[in-house]
Design a protein around this ligand. Sequence first.
Ligand SMILES: Nc1nc2c(c(=O)[nH]1)N[C@H]1C(S)=C(S)[C@@H](COP(=O)(O)OP(=O)(O)OC[C@H]3O[C@@H](n4cnc5c(=O)[nH]c(N)nc54)[C@H](O)[C@@H]3O)O[C@H]1N2
Ligand SMILES: Nc1nc2c(c(=O)[nH]1)N[C@H]1C(S)=C(S)[C@@H](COP(=O)(O)OP(=O)(O)OC[C@H]3O[C@@H](n4cnc5c(=O)[nH]c(N)nc54)[C@H](O)[C@@H]3O)O[C@H]1N2
Ligand code: SF4
Ligand SMILES: [Mo]
Length: 737
Amino acid sequence: MSKLPVDPQTLIAEFGPHLNYPPREGYAGRDEPDKVVETHCCFCGMQCGIKLLVKENQVVGFEPWMEFPFNEGRLCPKGVQRYLQNNHPDRLLSPLQRVEGKGFAPLGWDSALDRTVAAIRSIQERYGNDAFAVLSGVSLTNEKSYLMGKFARVALKTKNLDYNGRLCMVSAGAGNKKAFGLDRGSNNYSDLKGAEVIMICGANVSETFPTLTYWVWQARDLGAKLIVVDPRLIPLARTADLHLDIRPGTDSALYGAMLKYIVDNNLVDHDFIREHTSGFDAAVEAVKDYTLEWAEAVTGIDREKISQAAQWWGQANTSFLLHARGIEHHSKGVDNVLACINLVLASGRIGKPYCGYATITGQGNGQGGREHGHKCDQLPGNRDINNPAHRQYIAGVWGIEEAELPGQGYTAYELIEAIHRGEVKGLLSICFNPLVSLPNSNYVREALEKLEFYVAIDFFLNETARYADIVLAGSLHEEEEGTVTTAEGRVTRIRQAVTPPGDARTDTAIILELAARLGAKDKFSFRSSEDIFNELRIASKGGTADYYGITYEKIEKQMGVFWPCPSLEHPGTPRLWEDRKFATPDGKAHFNPVPYREPGEVTDDAYPVVLTTGRVVSQYLSGTQTRRIGKLVDQYPEPLLEIHPQLAAKYGIRQREIVKVSTRRGDAEFPANIVETIRKDTVFIPYHWPGKKSANQLTPGTLDPVSKIPEFKVCACRLEPSGRIAPAGPAAAYNSI
Ligand SMILES: Nc1nc2c(c(=O)[nH]1)N[C@H]1C(S)=C(S)[C@@H](COP(=O)(O)OP(=O)(O)OC[C@H]3O[C@@H](n4cnc5c(=O)[nH]c(N)nc54)[C@H](O)[C@@H]3O)O[C@H]1N2
Ligand SMILES: Nc1nc2c(c(=O)[nH]1)N[C@H]1C(S)=C(S)[C@@H](COP(=O)(O)OP(=O)(O)OC[C@H]3O[C@@H](n4cnc5c(=O)[nH]c(N)nc54)[C@H](O)[C@@H]3O)O[C@H]1N2
Ligand code: SF4
Ligand SMILES: [Mo]
C-alpha cells in the first residue's frame, strides 16, 4: 500500500470510525460522471441552482453550483437528496390501467391513449365539454404550465381547468393585483441584506425556504431588527428581536392595529402616500378603533410587543416585509395580504434599494405557473379570462375565434363539489395529489369514486392516482428542457440531464400526443420546449407578466432574467417600482380597507382547541416524492401533534401518547410531541402524509371569497388521549425545531 499522507488512526480518532479511510482493498472509488448538468432543485420556490451528475443516462449524484447567484452552492436537506428520484424503484416505467379488484397492470401507450381519448369524447358528447375537467400543478415548468392552459381550452374545449397553486399562491396573487396591478415580489432577495427592519409573517423560513435564511442572517449581522409573526416559536423566531406569538386566524387585526399606531404617531411617509397611492383615508378609517388593547384581546399578543413592532416598522429607513402561507391559507387570506401591503405603502419603503415586499412563493414554479394560464380565471401573461380585449388577443395567438375560447371555470375545491353534484364526470390530473392536499379529504375521496373516468399523469403512483382508470408515466424535472420562474421573479433554465426511464415519456410528449388524437394537431405542432416558450413569449407580450424579451439564450447569458422584460433589448427588472409607476389603471399603488373578520370556524365548548397545519423541513407537500427518500423519512417519519406542556397537562396527554383529534369533518390519531414552542391554545400537525395519517381529514372546505384558497391554517378541534404510547421511533428524538 502506498504511503498515506496522514496516519489513518489519527484521522479515525479525530473524525470517528465512519471515515472510509484508508480505502478498502479493491475499492475502485466513484466513477467520473459522463456529464455534469447545471440545473435547479425540483422542490421549493427558491429553485436553488444545483449540478446533477449523470452516468449512463442516470442521475447518480450532485455537486453544488457555486456560481448561481441566489444560493451560491447552498442547499437544504431536500436539495441534497433530490437526485435519488430518477432511478427510484417506484418510478412508473409504462402506462398503467386499473384492473378492478386487482390493482394496476401495465399497458401499451397506444391503448392507454386510445382509451383516454375515447373516454373524454364519450363524456363530452353525453354531458358537454365542461363535464371533463383538468387539474394541473406548478412543479411544472413555464412551458408545461402554458401548454396545459392551451390544451384544456383549445384541445379539450373545457372551461374547467384549475391548478394546485389554488391551495398556495392565490391569496397573495389576488392581493398583489389589487394593490399593485401586478403579481410578483417587489425586489430580489439580495435587497434583504441592507434592510434595517425585516418583518416575516406566517413563514417558517428556516424549514420551508432554508436557503433564504442566509439573506435574513446577513441583514441581522449588519444590525437589522427581525420581527417574526407566528403562533409557534419557529427556528427563525428563536433568533428574532421580537416574536409576535399570534393566535391563528387573527393577523389582519394585528396589522390593522399597527397601521393605526404608525398613523397616530405620525410615522408614515406623507409624500409617498400623496403622490403615489390612493385609498389611504379609507384604509385608516377601517382601523380607527383598532387600539392596542383591542388587538391584544383578539390576537393574544402582548400590547407592548405590538407597539414595539409598530414603532420599529414606523421609524425604519429601510425595511422588507415577507409573508407566506401562514397568513394566506385563510378564509380572509386576501385581507391579510392587503393588511400587510397597507403597512408597506404607509411606510413608502418599496421600489428602493433594501426596501421591499414579497410573498414567498411556495412551489418550484409557483411564480411562473401562476402567470401563464392554467388557472380557471386566467390567460397567459396574467391576463384575465373575463376581459374581452385579453380574450381577443389570446384567441389571436392560438388561431381560434374569441367565441370559441371557454370562459371562467371552477376553482380546485369547487371542482370537487361539482363532481359531487354530477356536473363534472371526467378528470385529467397532472402534477397534483388532491386526495392528500385538498381539505376535507373524506369528501374528496367520495368525489374521486364518483368519476366516470379519471386519468393521471405522474412519475410516481400518488395516492389520488390510485383512483385513476389510466395512469400515464410522465417525467421528472431533470428529464425535460424548460424554464421556471423563481420566487424572486427570476426566469431560469431547467436543463434535461437524462431522458425518462423505461417506457415513460416526457409530460410534453404526452400532452402533445393527446392533443393530436383529440383532433387539434395543427394547434400543437411544437417541436421543442423552446418552441413552446417562444409562443408563450408572444402570448405574454403586453400582459402584466411580460416575458416577450426573454429568450433561452438571454437566460443562459445573464444567469436568469427577471420579468417584466418587454423587449429583446430590455435587461429584465430585478427591482420593481423604481420609477414609481405602478401597474394599476391609475398608475398608483392602492391601499385597501381591511375591517377585521373572524376565521371561518372558531372554538366552542365542543371543539375548544385551535388546530393549524403546515410543514416540516424534510418533507415536501403531499410527500409523494420525499416519503420515498430514506434519509428524509428518517428525519421525520410520521406526523406528530405539536402541543404545549400546559395544554397537554390539561388533557392528561403524555409525550408520544396517541391523541385522537376530532373536528366537524372527522377524526384522526397522532402521537403527541410536547413542546414549549407553540401557543398554549393551539396545536399543529404537518400535512405531508396520506390516509389515516392525513391532517386533511380534519381541515374544513371553507374558502376565501375572493381567492378561493382553503382555510388550512385554522379550525376548531377536540383532543382525547388514547392511553396508548406510540412506539419510540427516530421521530421521538426529533423535537420539531
Ligand atoms: N420543507 C418544505 N419546504 C417547503 C414545502 C414543503 O412542503 N416542505 N412546500 C413549499 C410550498 S408549496 C409552500 S406554499 C411553502 C410554505 O411555506 P410556509 O408558509 O413557511 O409553511 P407552512 O408550514 O405552511 O406555514 C408557515 C407558518 O405559518 C404559521 N401559522 C399558522 N397559522 C398562522 C396564522 O394564523 N398566522 C400566522 N402569522 N402564522 C400562522 C405556522 O406555525 C407555520 O410556522 O413552503 C415551500 N417549501
Ligand atoms: N392541511 C394542509 N394542506 C395543504 C397545505 C397546508 O399547509 N396544510 N398546503 C397546500 C399547499 S401550499 C400546496 S402547494 C399543496 C400542494 O399539493 P399537491 O400539489 O397536491 O402536492 P404535490 O406533492 O406537489 O403533488 C404533486 C404531484 O405531482 C407530481 N409531480 C411533481 N413534479 C412533476 C412533474 O414535473 N411532472 C409530473 N407529471 N408530475 C409531477 C408529484 O409526484 C406528486 O404526485 O398542498 C396544500 N395542502
Ligand atoms: S431551499 Fe428549496 S430549492 Fe433550495 S434546495 Fe431546499 S427545497 Fe430545493
Ligand atoms: Mo404551496
